[in-house]
Ligand binder design. Structure first.
Ligand SMILES: Nc1ncnc2c1ncn2[C@@H]1O[C@H](COP(=O)(O)OP(=O)(O)O)[C@@H](O)[C@H]1O
Ligand SMILES: [Mg+2]
Length: 247
């Protein structure tokens, strides 16, 4: 069974259609990359999945449960989803360890010692063990974003949503975050990521979805979508990317 399905998802802002009957299926252990021009609806889709936006039509299911049903408690759903944004959104007044253990302790009611042990293990796995007591402003952008990903992982999510997580980073720091996502895939994490990193999408994604004006115009394995796009709009988008030297 699919971990995530979106069927006919429609979202408008002030009468402007941003998601226009969008369909998407993500199977367990799959990595799906959302690509498309700025404004095509990638972030809105991820926000709808995490119930940060209400749908105007359509359904979203997580492990077969219709989470877009208005009667569903959004907090309960968000506990099963890890979301990471372009801006890391760490709490500046909390140490790395406190940032990572906050939700497990408050939301999942885990004991402090237990939550801290798990957090230290996760931080060690990404080479940040020695930064546990540091405050975010003492970390590089790449380290902060890795902490933000660790914080999302600390809730043992069923699904990770990553929205342009390398876009705010200096180029030399992008690699360490991408390496972490690669490791997550190797661990079998199911992920949907919106990305401008076409090379990375090509390498890590099982499925690439090209969004245009709130619809999935073309979807398939990266070799097919990048190598032999069938839709004129996909070809046009990729041509521009190639011209910009980003593929
Ligand atoms: N809260 C909002 N209110 C009004 N318009 C929005 C809002 N969020 C997104 N939009 C609009 O929806 C469209 C899709 O945006 P977005 O999902 O952020 O695209 P992407 O992530 O692909 O760049 C854009 O035109 C954007 O301006
Ligand atoms: Mg976006």
């Amino acid at each position: 069974m699919a971990v995530l399905t979106c069927q006919g998802v429609r979202k408008e802002f002030g009468g402007r259609v941003v998601l226009d009957g969008l369909d998407l299926t993500v199977d367990e252990h799959q990595v799906v990359a959302l690509i498309g021009a700025s404004g095509s609806g990638k972030s809105t889709l991820l926000r709808c999945v995490n119930l940060l936006e209400e749908l105007d039509d359509g359904t979203i299911t997580l492990d077969g449960e219709e989470i877009s049903d208005p009667r569903v408690d959004p907090d309960r759903v968000r506990r099963r989803i890890g979301m990471v944004f372009q801006s890391y959104n760490l709490f500046p007044h909390l140490s790395v360890l406190e940032n990572v253990t906050l939700a497990p302790r408050r939301v999942h009611r885990r004991a402090r010692a237990d939550a801290e042990a798990q957090a230290r293990e996760l931080l060690a796995r990404v080479g940040l063990a020695d930064r546990a007591d540091a405050y975010p402003d003492r970390l590089s952008g790449g380290q902060q974003q890795r902490v933000a990903i660790v914080r999302a992982l600390a809730n043992s999510p069923r699904l990770m949503l990553l929205d342009e997580v390398t876009s705010a980073l200096d180029p030399e720091l992008v690699g360490e975050v991408l390496a972490m996502i690669r490791d997550l895939k190797a661990d079998g994490m199911t992920m949907v990521l919106a990305t401008h990193e076409m090379g990375f999408a090509r390498e890590v994604a099982d499925q690439v979805c090209f969004l245009d004006a709130g619809r999935v115009v073309e979807a398939g394995p990266p070799a097919r979508v990048f190598g032999e796009p069938t839709q004129p709009r996909t070809r046009q988008f990729l041509r521009r990317i190639i011209e910009a030297g980003r593929l």
